[in-house]
Design a protein around this ligand. Structure first.
Ligand code: CU
Length: 108
């Protein structure tokens, strides 16, 4: 009886972990003046989370080619979310550091 309970707990825990992993948002790490990965492919309707892991430096995620205004800076340990509702290839850059570039590819 005791053994069965332990087994049940184990199965439930494994299920919870799987559920959690399934809801994870695609993530881009910002570190050492780079977007990692530099190119990311997602499904239409998904959100990407950019997380700044620098010690001191702020950055931004700016889709300049879409004619958008530069969003607020992302400071260390802060993150930024953006949803992609249309398919396509979307290049972006960091506002203060034009050499920091990345690309989002959105597929159906
Ligand atoms: Cu930057």
């Amino acid at each position: 009886m005791k053994r069965q309970s332990l087994l049940l707990i184990f199965i439930l825990s494994a299920f919870n972990l799987a559920t959690f992993a399934g809801t994870d948002k695609p993530q881009v790490i910002i570190k050492d003046f780079k977007f990692i990965p530099q190119q990311i492919t997602i499904k239409r309707g998904q959100k990407i989370n950019w997380l700044n892991q620098e010690k001191r430096q702020y950055h931004s995620v700016w889709f300049e080619a879409l004619g958008e205004e530069e969003p607020d800076y992302i400071f260390p340990d802060e993150s930024y979310d953006r949803e992609f509702k249309t398919t396509g290839t979307f290049p972006y850059r960091c506002g203060p550091h034009p050499r920091m570039t990345g690309t989002v590819i959105v597929t159906d």
